[in-house]
Design a protein around this ligand. Structure first.
Ligand code: NDP
Length: 474
């Protein structure tokens, strides 16, 4: 049986040689066999994720953010789908113009403005940095200038809001649904382009994966690090620019809309802006660290990242602010302080856990975690060319408490944003439900990959740190 499996895998590595290049594949990257559950989930997401986004945004636009009212109207025959659709704002030239300028501006900041923040800000790591070793043994270089892009964009935003007045700070909210169509167009275009590129002109053929299943390849991507030219990296750009830079601007636009509608900005809106602002700024301050996260160093670039970063992230990660425009919640002081504390403690755990691993890996274990020498398990893995690499798995600090305590901190922060919206509606709680599913699934996906990568060393690690998210529970 084992011999048959070996032979099958050998056959597969030859079958997967596309583009005329000999591209044998190793075990520990993304899957190259699609099980029925993954395929069913992928088909479900391809069909329903765009509808889910539309449903949430439409329910705010037409039903004051009630998730049940549109369904009730449809089921009782009070309204037809065509009634809802006819009330939905269409694509406009204005939205298309705003979106085109936005994306073009972010491309310019990403490609043509080398980082100067690392020269000015003590402790900030930017400029040209290296990513992780890919399964084919490639180490890519990246220009880390996201913090700079974020600062320039926000300076311009504030300069316009308080001085130039070229456009209203409510511009994003006012064009929210027309902009959704633009984001979808870009999301589908970039994912389709990435698929074609993977087949016909990949950046690195040895890091491509072809499962033979069209839907899986479209969703999960073929190329690992598609690039145009030396510096335009699709994964870093789409993951880390148009959507995430916009996240804080979208929230500011919601706050401006509250001010316009009610003459004041509620404390819940301020809390959401502050807590999510910290999360976004953290991302940019630690962009170099981000090169070592699963998104960049394990996921291939397909619809999941391409469409997800263009549409899912800016539209669904900002639902709390959108909700608060329709329902301006003013929290009592105790409630507000409780949420702020939950958000900050969650953020601290998220950041400290990520920092411990980063420090440990960067110094190859020559560091101190909680004032002590780190404890770890030595492990090894093979690259595509058969080269053996050595690595270490940290088992002390937060990494001794659980195998993904960084996710636990993230979930606490996510819960804080939702709680800021009170308890009247379900819609703002979508985020914590989604993050719980995403991060639990990610845990399992990552551990599966790590097991194939490290083999028995990973088993020793899971014996040393038996829990995933919550010590003693899960
Ligand atoms: P991790 O930062 O936990 O990275 C997992 C990888 O780290 C593993 O694949 C393995 O990679 C390595 N690793 C695992 N255990 C250890 C250990 N004990 N010691 C050293 N290295 C180890 O996961 P993510 O990249 O998914 O997440 C990074 C952060 O981003 C998290 O805080 C998460 O909450 C956040 N996040 C947020 C999302 C959002 O949408 N808001 C989405 C996804 C993540 P290797 O092969 O190098 O050994």
């Amino acid at each position: 049986m084992a011999a048959r499996r070996e032979k099958k895998s050998e056959e597969r590595s030859h079958k997967n040689t596309q583009n005329g290049a000999q591209a044998p594949q190793v075990q520990w990257g993304r899957a190259w066999e699609v099980d029925w559950f993954s395929l069913a989930s992928i088909l479900f997401l391809l069909m329903f994720a765009p509808l889910i986004v539309y449903y949430f945004v439409m329910s705010c636009d037409q039903y004051q953010c009630s998730l049940t009212a549109p369904l009730t109207d449809l089921l009782t025959g009070k309204k037809h789908l065509s009634d809802i659709w006819s009330k939905t704002p269409t694509l406009t030239y204005r939205a298309a113009g705003i979106y085109a300028v936005w994306v073009a501006f972010q491309v310019i900041l990403y490609v043509f403005v080398p980082d100067f923040c690392h020269k000015l800000l003590p402790g900030y790591v930017g400029g040209v940095q290296e990513g992780a070793v890919t399964p084919a043994g490639v180490v890519n270089k990246y220009e880390i200038n996201g913090l700079q892009a974020w600062i320039i964009t926000h300076l311009l935003w504030f300069a316009n809001a308080y001085y130039f007045h070229f456009f209203s700070p409510t511009i994003i909210f006012d064009n929210w649904i027309p902009l959704l169509w633009c984001a979808n167009i870009l999301g589908y275009m970039v994912s389709t382009f990435a698929m074609i590129k993977g087949y016909f002109f990949p950046t690195n053929a040895k890091d491509c994966k072809f499962t033979g299943n069209f839907f899986y390849d479209y969703m999960m991507g073929i190329e690992f690090n598609p690039r145009i030219g030396k510096w335009f990296d699709f994964k870093l750009f789409f993951n880390g620019r148009p959507g995430i830079v916009a996240w804080t601007l979208i929230n500011l636009s919601y706050a401006a809309k509250q001010q316009e509608l009610y003459g004041q900005v509620t404390n819940s809106m301020i809390l959401v802006n502050i807590l999510q602002g910290i999360y976004v700024l953290d991302f940019f301050w630690n962009e170099t660290w981000y090169l070592k996260t699963i998104d960049i160093c394990h996921d291939h670039f397909g619809w999941y990242l391409g469409w997800g970063d263009c549409v899912w992230l800016p539209y669904l990660y900002t639902l709390q602010g959108l909700y608060l425009v329709y329902h301006p919640v003013q929290l009592c002081t105790a409630h507000a302080i409780g949420i702020l504390l939950l958000g900050l403690v969650g953020y601290y755990i998220f950041r400290a856990t990520n920092h411990q691993k980063d420090l440990f890996r960067r110094t190859n274990g020559n560091c101190r975690i909680w004032g002590r020498k780190p404890e770890y398990i030595e492990c090894s893995y093979m690259s595509v060319g058969g080269t053996k690499y050595h690595s270490k798995l940290l088992t002390s600090g937060f990494w001794g408490w659980a195998r993904h305590f960084n996710y636990t901190g993230d979930l606490m922060g996510s819960l804080a944003y939702c709680l800021a919206c009170g308890f009247e509606h379900l819609l703002p709680y979508f985020y914590i439900v989604y993050m719980t599913i995403l991060l639990t699934h990610r845990c399992i996906r990552d551990e599966h990959r790590c097991l194939s990568k490290y083999g028995k060393d990973w088993t020793r690690y899971t014996a040393a740190v038996p829990y995933r998210l919550i010590p003693g529970l899960f």
